[in-house]
Design a protein around this ligand. Structure first.
Ligand code: SF4
Length: 320
């Protein structure tokens, strides 16, 4: 079976939608996060390093326009990309007042930008921001995606990793964003040590039932100088194996709505300043192993997507 038949790949989705190669260009703002500065909590998520969850950005001393221009020139040449998505990547990119937010978004609307993706926390998106983004989408024809960190649907695990929000805030953000027809991408870590495979399935089912449009999967990345690094060094963290991760990705995909686009099956992170990244293997090798595993099991995204829409009533004829 071809890879494209196994799961709905992001690159193919973009090519089909825009008719050309489209790449995401990261934008780095001088921000923080309410889970770090004391508004929600201090210290941040236990796995988050000081870079706020990103590493592939230009310095934020460059303006938004400069960052886009530099990255655009590079990616155009390297990958022959023709259109681009401006991606506000690190920290919580909605953690600001509405006027500043409008200014930031407007600066990203330049030639060849077909979409804007904004990464943030589910408890950090206001209705005003959503409404403004919806106007941009409608008037400028630019597709807006809000990337929400969920990580897991297990709210007890969310507490353990100090996310500062539970499942409820994620559900609330999805309902409010969907009301304005913006796209949602959910970020998930499938091998959090406190989660079992029931949590994997439940997370997949919840994302499917909420009508999330895209998913980005990561394995647990233990960055140096984090709370999680301390737990790892002190032997208090039971890290899962690569095989466990692969099995969970396959399981997650089986329960996922086949229409949901998969941005990534595994994250990409540098090995420097970290204690554990993808079991010291290249991300693409693990991606290939996931695909092989699906081929071997003769399974695919959505193979077990049969539980919504009153499924218990499907085969019953009450009125005879
Ligand atoms: S919400 Fe994101 S930026 Fe904030 S502490 Fe957690 S991982 Fe870091």
């Amino acid at each position: 079976m071809m890879q494209s038949n196994l799961y709905r790949e992001y690159s193919a989705y973009l090519k089909n939608k825009y008719g050309c190669k489209v790449y995401k260009l990261p934008i780095n703002l001088d921000l923080t996060c309410p889970n770090r500065d004391g508004n929600v909590s201090t210290g941040g998520c236990t796995y988050c390093n000081e870079k706020g969850g990103s590493f592939e950005n230009l310095p934020n001393s460059y303006t938004i326009k400069e960052q886009l221009e530099k990255n655009m020139a590079l990616i155009r040449k390297k990958y022959k990309a023709e259109k681009f998505i401006a991606y506000f990547q690190n920290y919580s990119n909605t953690y600001m007042g509405i006027e500043e937010f409008k200014d930031v978004i407007n600066q990203a609307i330049t030639e060849d930008i077909v979409g804007i993706s904004i990464s943030t926390r589910p408890d950090c998106v206001s209705d005003e921001q959503i409404k403004f983004l919806s106007d941009i989408q409608e008037k400028m024809g630019i597709d807006i995606t809000i990337e929400l960190g969920l990580q897991t649907s297990n709210y007890k695990t969310l507490k353990k990793i100090n996310r500062g929000h539970s499942l409820a805030e994620f559900i609330d953000a999805c309902i409010r964003i969907k009301a304005y027809k913006l796209r949602i991408c959910a970020h998930v870590i499938l091998d959090l040590p406190w989660d079992d495979t029931d949590d994997t399935i439940e997370t997949s089912k919840i994302l499917s039932s909420l009508g999330v449009d895209e998913v980005k999967l990561h394995s647990l990345y233990i960055a140096d100088k984090t709370k999680m690094a301390e737990e790892y060094i002190n032997g208090k963290l039971n890290v899962l194996s690569k095989e466990d991760y692969i099995n969970r990705v396959v399981l997650f995909l089986e329960y996922l709505n086949p229409n949901i686009v998969i941005q990534r099956l595994i994250g990409r992170a540098p090995r420097e300043d970290s204690l554990l990244v993808n079991w010291n293997q290249s991300w693409w090798k693990i991606r290939d192993e996931i695909i092989e595993s699906m081929i071997k099991a003769q399974t695919y995204q959505g193979a077990k997507f049969d539980y919504l829409g009153g499924s218990a009533l499907r085969n019953i004829q009450f009125d005879k």
